[in-house]
Design a protein around this ligand. Structure first.
Ligand code: PLP
Length: 245
């Protein structure tokens, strides 16, 4: 598994070099869903000599206990977690303040639930008067770039309204956009969708006069293309951990 991880890192470096991009503008999210804490901890130890390990999880009931287990197996080594899966508003309580970045915000209802949860959980924690205020919850908006009815994500034509609503919530800090393009035969088929996500991001930056540095796009089968199209976060599971059961 660590050899597969090293191979993925090499391919990412090659993709960056070919598109003339710098390594600082790209982070790898190792998608650890369906894989055991012991395996995740092994990768964390291997990875930590180079960078802070960063894992992505999709299912809350699996992620929360695993995060604790990995924490004790790695004994306080810094490890970061992102939430990348579909999220229901009633589960917002369990994610706010626990994940460095939530990739999958796709409705105002969910954003409002996260805002409220952040207040109750994070802002409500006891701290001394001179301590800095806790940082807001970083989020991405998930866009349904293929307009697929069975998939999560806001439709592209509704994105600007959602962004406007989220930008009114000081507890949430909008960092960029995420997409999962329609299932494709080859990675190259995803290119128009990645390019669309980048354009949508650029348009939001223009409309609201803000910086949105993150584009979360690219998985095992299409990350090479995603890097060429400007991804700042690639989410890779299978190529690192092998097939999920
Ligand atoms: C599972 C998952 C991935 C990883 O997919 P692979 O094809 O295994 O690399 C990436 N993003 C999301 C949102 C996922 O659910």
């Amino acid at each position: 598994m660590t050899a597969r991880f090293d191979a993925v890192c090499e391919r990412l470096e090659k993709a960056l070099a070919e598109s003339g991009r710098s390594a600082e503008d790209l982070r790898l999210v190792a998608v650890s869903k369906n894989h055991e804490a012991a395996v995740v901890a092994e990768l964390a130890r291997h990875w930590s000599s180079r960078a802070v390990p960063l894992f992505g999880e999709s299912y809350l009931q699996e992620a929360l206990p695993k995060m604790e287990q990995v924490g004790s197996l790695t004994e306080g080594m810094p490890v970061r977690w992102h939430f990348i899966g579909h999220l229901q508003s009633r589960k917002a309580r369990d994610v706010a303040g626990r994940f460095a970045l939530i990739h999958s915000v796709d409705s105002l209802k969910l954003a409002a639930a996260l805002q409220k949860a952040w207040h109750n959980r994070v802002a409500g924690e006891p701290r001394s008067l001179d301590a800095p205020a806790p940082p807001p919850q970083d989020i991405l908006l998930q866009v349904n770039v293929g307009r697929e009815p069975q998939k999560s994500g806001v439709f592209p034509d509704k994105l600007e309204d959602l962004a406007a609503g989220v930008l009114n919530m000081p507890e949430l800090r909008l960092r960029g956009l995420m997409c999962i393009p329609p299932l494709a035969e080859i990675g190259e088929d995803s290119r128009p969708y990645f390019s669309m996500l980048r354009t949508l991001r650029d348009n939001l930056e223009g409309s609201f006069g803000i910086r949105l540095p993150e584009l979360s796009m690219g998985m095992s089968d299409d990350f090479f293309v995603a890097v060429a199209e400007g991804a700042s976060l690639v989410r890779i599971g299978t190529d690192i951990f092998g097939p999920r059961h």
